[in-house]
Design a protein around this ligand. Structure first.
Ligand code: APR
Length: 247
């Protein structure tokens, strides 16, 4: 049996699967990375933009940056990898999909598969671009509109910000706890399109292995998790996932 068939079987047999995805799962959807850019946009380093300090200093620049990314990503579509993961998530109660991505493409794949949002087992560790939240109180709401003026909180009138986790900020507690709870009881960690260098996300698959489970990785390149992988499939997730997820 080759690795694809073995992994397909392992997914079918597993009791409890935690999927961890990163930017690579959206690469085939054409999601522009920070390094893309047609020159119309000043090349800015993420650290200059995705931080509380940058927002305090120049909220307009930060919102211009996020508005550009929101508009660009709304032109992209979920790829076959997102759709395969959405099918798996909706077909089985024992599957938890944990993403580091803020592009909302897993959510759109779930909706296109007939699911409703927010999906209780789709966990966003780094938030999402398509929520606007207050920078002071707890107000937030889904929002995919173009940002013209600086949005303000309707409750306390403070500046509103993108609903993403910035460098140096805490991750959403519920998502993190739910991800580690699922990892402790999962048979299988399926790690897709992440360089596995950012924690605590990259520790989640390790907990599955430490708890006696197995790890499968789908990536173009090796990562720090590759040595732990029982299956390590080198290739594009948009091609591989539909072969191993045949729910
Ligand atoms: N299929 C599978 N893997 C792919 C594909 C693809 N089509 N294209 C790229 N990859 C792999 C790359 O080889 C790399 O290992 O996806 C990974 C992307 O790694 P990163 O760009 O580091 O993205 P990610 O791991 O999601 O970054 C984690 O860091 O920048 C912060 O908060 C941000 O959530 C992000 C976190």
């Amino acid at each position: 049996m080759d690795e694809v068939q073995e992994l397909r079987e392992a997914i079918r047999r597993a009791r409890g699967i935690v999927v961890l995805t990163g930017a690579g799962v959206s690469a085939e959807s054409g999601v522009p990375t920070f390094r893309d850019g047609d020159g119309l946009w000043k090349q800015r380093r993420v650290e200059e933009v995705a931080t509380p300090g940058a927002f305090r200093e120049d909220p307009r620049m930060v919102w211009e940056w996020y508005d550009m990314r929101r508009r660009a990503i709304l032109q992209c579509a979920p790829n076959p990898g997102h759709h395969a993961l959405a099918r798996l998530l909706m077909a089985r109660e024992d599957v938890t999909l944990v993403t580091q991505n803020v592009d909302g493409l897993h959510d759109r794949a779930v909706m296109e598969a007939g699911g409703t949002l927010p999906h209780p087992r789709l966990l966003h560790l780094h938030g999402t671009l398509f929520v606007v939240r207050c920078s002071v109180c707890r107000w937030e709401e889904p929002n995919s509109e173009p940002i013209e003026d600086l949005p303000r909180c309707p409750r306390c009138d403070a500046l509103a910000r993108p609903g993403v986790v910035w460098f140096g900020e805490m991750l959403p507690e519920h998502a993190l706890e739910a991800a580690f709870d699922a990892a402790r009881v999962a048979d299988l960690a399926l790690v897709v399109g992440t360089s596995a260098v950012v924690h605590p996300a990259a520790s989640i698959p390790r907990v599955v292995v430490e708890s006696g489970g197995q790890l499968a990785e789908v990536n173009l390149d090796p990562t720090p998790l590759t040595p732990l992988a029982r299956w390590s499939l080198r290739g594009a997730s948009g091609e591989i996932l539909p072969q191993v997820i045949v729910e």
